[in-house]
Design a protein around this ligand. Structure first.
Ligand code: SF4
Length: 415
């Protein structure tokens, strides 16, 4: 078995062309001499995408049509010796056509393998933008009435240094090898017929004849090479070059602490949460901050989730908060369900609000009365730190005073 596969039993229907695409990809990867963990395989939604578990490479499963965008982001961030390969179907390529064209135009360093079986196989055989005219599908039993996109030509015109189309029969690994060896964007469209839906609706068609009749011209289209797009040179990327934050404070926290701050838009909730996260980092912790608010931005609730942690944070979601701090009726309404489900932890609640149903310990404090609406969030977090000591409250006060918020904070508020 190839070192690129963990399981040679592929999860496709018997006779599906996806089998051959995988075998040829593996052969091409072996030919260029990379190691499995030098490869990131990004798959899309579709039958091809369920192959993730068979590959011994890194694998990432994208949303429908978005795998090229996802792969492009990775290709721009990873060191040049890593290979990013995107698997996408004709349906995904139709949905994400603009992503493909932009990646080709920018010359992002990735290889896209389009599994063109001329219909959406996973969802029951509907036509896509790559379905050829006259091809029968469940939605077009009389034959598809429109001409198909010519994907290799489109990416070639967009500037791709390598574009190819192959009929997905036999050994086409050499074309995939050339694509993988291209510096910059390469796309290979592989023609197949879905044996479950395509053959059923078009029993008289054979792949080679179909390709010919549909004007699916096999070939390779190249352009002189040009440098692959790197927004920031990888060796000097801002991430790698980032100045380490000076650790000025200490924190007794050993594990992870998740806090939710809920208030109203325009009352500094997001900024207060960011200042808390910054203080935590300056106290030697890892921190994440995630904000949510309605699309209207300036009215309604504003909620921030902050995770503080001694170990690195690999998941920044908050399922069970240790603390919820609520400063306004909007915040309470937005977080009511989460608060109701709390079986422990602490709820800090503004004194103006009714105590909601909760299993958390409730601490009522006069945030708004003491600090006013504009400063209620920052004052609430300072109160939370005073009472928990997760990080020193004075450190937070210092961060606030140094920030643009500092000038609006009354002298004695955070003392
Ligand atoms: S439904 Fe079609 S595309 Fe999906 S695995 Fe079966 S033959 Fe392949």
């Amino acid at each position: 078995m190839s070192r690129f596969l963990t399981d040679p039993e592929l999860p496709f229907c018997k006779g599906c062309g996806h089998h051959l695409i995988v075998r040829n990809t593996v052969k091409a990867l072996e030919a260029i001499g990379v190691q499995p963990l030098d490869v990131v395989l990004v798959t899309d939604i579709g039958c091809h995408g369920i192959v993730d578990g068979n590959f011994a490479t890194h694998t990432v499963h994208g949303l429908h049509g978005r795998s090229v965008a996802l792969g492009a982001g990775m290709a721009m961030a990873l060191p040049p010796q890593k290979k990013v390969v995107v698997y996408i179907g004709d349906g995904g390529a139709t949905i994400g056509l603009q992503h493909i064209l932009e990646a080709a135009r920018l010359n992002v360093d990735l290889t896209v393998v389009v599994h063109n079986n001329m219909l959406y196989g996973m969802t029951g055989g509907q036509p896509s933008g790559l379905t050829p005219e006259g091809f029968r599908t469940v939605l077009t039993p009389q034959g598809y009435p429109f001409p198909h996109h010519d994907l290799p030509r489109l990416v070639h015109d967009a500037g791709a240094p390598f574009a190819a189309r192959v009929v997905g029969l036999g050994d086409f690994s050499d074309v995939l090898r050339q694509a993988l060896e291209t510096e910059g964007f390469a796309l290979v469209e592989v023609l197949e017929i879905c044996v479950s839906y395509g053959v059923k609706m078009n029993p008289d068609l054979r792949l080679k004849e179909l390709a010919q009749q549909a004007g699916y011209e096999p070939g390779v289209w190249t352009r002189p090479s040009r440098p692959a797009f790197r927004p920031v040179p990888r060796e000097t990327s801002s991430l790698l070059d980032m100045e380490p934050v000076e650790v000025r404070y200490t924190s007794p926290l050993e594990g992870r602490y998740a806090l939710v701050l809920g208030g109203s838009a325009g009352e500094g909730v997001q900024q207060a949460a960011e200042l808390l996260a910054q203080t935590a980092i300056a106290a030697g912790l890892h921190a994440t901050k995630k904000g949510s608010y309605p699309v209207t931005v300036g009215v309604g609730f504003s909620t921030a989730e902050v995770v503080l942690s001694r170990p690195p944070i690999f998941y920044h979601g908050v399922t069970q908060p240790d603390a919820v701090v609520i400063t306004s009726a909007d915040g309470l309404e937005n977080q009511r369900e989460r608060i109701r489900k709390m079986a422990g932890g602490i709820l800090w609640l503004d004194a103006s609000l009714p105590v909601p149903e909760t299993g958390a310990e409730v601490r009522v404090r006069d945030f708004r009365g003491r600090a006013g609406a504009r400063n209620a969030a920052v004052y609430a977090l300072w109160t939370f730190l005073q009472e928990t000591g997760v990080i020193p409250a004075e450190a937070f006060a210092e961060t606030v005073r140094r920030s643009s918020l500092g000038q609006h904070i009354p002298e004695n508020l955070l003392k």
